[in-house]
Design a protein around this ligand. Structure first.
Ligand code: G3P
Ligand code: MG
Length: 240
């Protein structure tokens, strides 16, 4: 299907799918995020047996019934786990197929050594499955990993994630060729938005669940919000 051609403000990023409603980083979470109005689905990515898989933590313990490090268990072990409500741990490939261009896909890289396999997956999505380059956004706190992605495939859009606001945030994002900077909501101020705008960088803000904070950021004019509750952002203007 064709992607939804909308340019709403702010864009809604379903955080880990729709974490407020469904197990994080699962296909059910992705389906729920789309159903609740997410324009983009954000998932976290680790490496397991050479495959990129959806997982937030370095270990399986919190979000599944398994134990150990994602990178160290066998694919057979990982594939048999319950990530909540009978959901399995999806691969990035399964997430791409599940979304099927009904929303954009933001892959947040949580581990080193993912660049090559992620580039391979995204090329497959674009060249075989008909996605547009603009429908996938790769982000990470690890700017070195993003630089690798860009070096391997400059057509991939990348977003620089920051904890706090480093003094050189704009310089590092621009040096990467990033399209967006992703900041925590408590650091968002009007002058920062103006600065990013002047540089042509979109500002996406995580993770915003409280209605008052959603309204504050909407009024400031941020370009996108990551939320566990997509329906709290995707209101009113969405019907038009
Ligand atoms: O990508 C935005 C947000 O997901 C970053 O924080 O810890 O929820 O992955 P975290
Ligand atoms: Mg994340």
């Amino acid at each position: 299907p064709a992607p939804r051609l909308r340019n709403p403000h702010p864009l809604v990023f379903g955080h880990r799918g729709a974490r407020g409603h469904a197990p994080e980083n699962t296909l059910l979470g992705i389906e729920t995020g789309i159903r609740l109005g997410a324009d983009w689905i954000e998932v976290d990515v680790h490496l397991n047996g050479g495959r990129p898989v959806l997982m937030h933590d370095m270990t399986l313990d919190r979000s599944t019934n398994g134990r150990g490090r994602v990178a160290e268990v066998t694919p057979d072990y990982l594939d048999a786990l319950d990530a909540g409500r009978g959901q399995h741990v999806p691969t990035v490939q399964q997430a791409i197929e599940c979304i099927d261009r009904r929303a954009g896909l933001n892959l947040e890289l949580k581990a080193r050594g993912l660049a090559e396999v992620i580039v391979h997956q995204i090329r497959h999505a674009v060249q075989v499955l008909g996605w547009d380059w603009s429908e996938i956004l790769v982000s990470s706190f690890d700017l070195h990993e993003l630089r690798q992605v860009k070096a391997l495939e400059p057509r991939i859009a990348v977003g620089a994630l920051y904890c706090g606001v480093p003094l050189d945030y704009a310089a590092s994002a621009e040096a990467l060729g990033a399209v967006s900077v992703h900041l925590s909501h408590e650091f968002l101020a009007p002058n920062l938005l103006a600065d990013a705008r002047a540089r042509g960088l979109a500002i996406y803000v995580y993770t915003v669940n409280q209605p008052e904070e959603i309204e504050r950021l909407r009024a400031l004019g941020v370009d996108g919000l990551f939320t566990d509750y997509p329906e709290r952002v995707a209101v009113l203007d969405r019907a038009a």
